[in-house]
Ligand binder design. Structure first.
Ligand SMILES: [Zn+2]
Ligand SMILES: [Zn+2]
Length: 389
């Protein structure tokens, strides 16, 4: 079906989607506080006759629509807003001071509810099970982790999961994505360098942790360039460094924090190991020591090749070739969608939401012209994946 055909197909759905997106926009809630948002989603899914589930320790919601034998496809939408002050201007601007839907999650929820409206109304056009994952705290602790741990991917087992995100670098309704890696894994590094304090005038009596830390930082900055192929992206950033108490005391301990970003699992464990061995080796060569802790964060997002091909094909049929933009590179930013993909294939794509603004800033705006193609694409992708041989 073309976009024009979907326009009549979604004639009754779209006014409600727009109304919901504006209501959600006017009432943003930060990660971990999405109580009102959860109530709206439960009410909307319930009104459609869709089975609903909630989760412990977060405000996540799952909707389940069973429609006979077949595959199970899940659609994920994130729920939380950001600590950003929205400027005046919109009739439905944020009514919560200092909180704003500046990452488009209001639109993501409305799109998912739109696909729930259409798919529940047209059960004669498909068979199987569709689930909707409304994920809280995407911007903070990643509510998806709790939802997956509490079994959202089971009973029935999810065969494919789809995620969609607004992208303000493209015109409304542009499909922007790629197969394979989309975003990287992120791990936190905590590094402590230990020496031995003494009087600043008699350095021979101690071991200067600040001098060691300087060498450690320089040595760490050679790891990405010297131990990893230039064709395998990785980043190591030391973001904080602190130590010392006075101008005339040789410092005994320096603490640093950093972030490590990688795509492949192999590079992720290689780099973590080399950070520890390099820091310790340098520190010990200088009569000190180093302790390194790598705290695992988000995993990489990888788009399944065959599922991606089906969705891109559906997008091309719907939007036309000129609206398909193949992303040339993955990003080393992170996405909590990774939790849903840990053992389940899936596809994460961006939908152009109108140019001229930026995510996570007060300027962010969604051009509502992207909502109709957004709902249609979610429905078409679900139908394609349910039918896949
Ligand atoms: Zn965001
Ligand atoms: Zn987001």
């Amino acid at each position: 079906m073309s976009l024009a055909e979907w326009q009549s197909e979604l004639e009754t759905v779209m006014p409600r989607v727009i109304e919901l997106r504006r209501a959600l926009h006017a009432h943003p809630e930060l990660g971990g506080e999405e109580q009102w948002t959860q109530a709206v989603i439960l009410r909307e899914l319930g009104a459609l006759g869709i089975e609903t589930h909630t989760f412990r320790d977060c405000y996540g919601v799952m909707g389940v629509l069973r429609n006979g034998e077949g595959r199970c496809v899940a659609i994920r939408a994130d729920m939380d807003a950001l600590p950003v002050q929205e400027p005046e201007g919109l009739d439905f601007a944020s009514g919560c001071p200092g909180v704003m839907h500046a990452c488009g999650h209001d639109a993501h929820m409305a799109l998912a509810l739109g696909s729930a409206m259409w798919l529940s109304e047209h059960r004669d056009r498909w068979q199987g099970t569709v689930k909707w994952f409304f994920e809280p705290a995407e911007e903070t602790f990643g509510g998806g982790q709790l939802m997956v741990a509490q079994g959202c991917l089971d009973n029935p087992k999810v065969d494919y999961v789809i995620g969609q995100h607004m992208n303000p670098r493209y015109d409304a309704g542009v499909f922007y994505a790629k197969p394979g890696f989309v975003s990287g894994a992120s791990d936190e590094i905590r590094l402590t360098v230990r020496g031995k304090g003494c009087h600043g005038a008699y350095p021979e009596a101690g071991v200067d942790a600040i001098v060691i830390a300087g060498q450690v930082v320089s040595a760490l900055q050679t790891l990405v360039s010297r131990t990893i192929s230039p064709f395998d992206p990785a980043v190591l950033t030391i973001g904080t460094i602190e130590g010392g108490t006075a101008n005339n005391i040789v410092c005994s301990e320096v603490r640093m924090k950093g972030t490590m970003r990688t795509l492949s699992g192999r590079t992720r464990s290689l780099l973590a190991g080399r950070i520890a061995s390099t820091a310790q080796g340098v520190a010990r060569a200088m009569e000190g020591d180093a302790e390194v802790e790598v705290i695992p964060g988000y995993g990489a997002v990888y788009n399944d090749d065959s599922a991606y091909a089906l969705i891109e094909h559906a997008a091309e049929g719907l939007l036309g070739k000129e609206k398909i933009v193949r992303r040339d590179m993955p990003s080393l930013g992170v996405e909590s969608f990774c939790y849903f993909l840990k053992d389940t294939p899936g596809v994460y794509y961006d939908l152009g939401s109108g140019v001229g603004t930026a995510l996570h800033t007060p300027s962010f705006r969604v051009d509502e012209a992207c909502l109709l193609p957004g709902v249609a694409l979610q429905c078409l992708s679900t139908l394609a994946l349910l039918k896949e041989e």
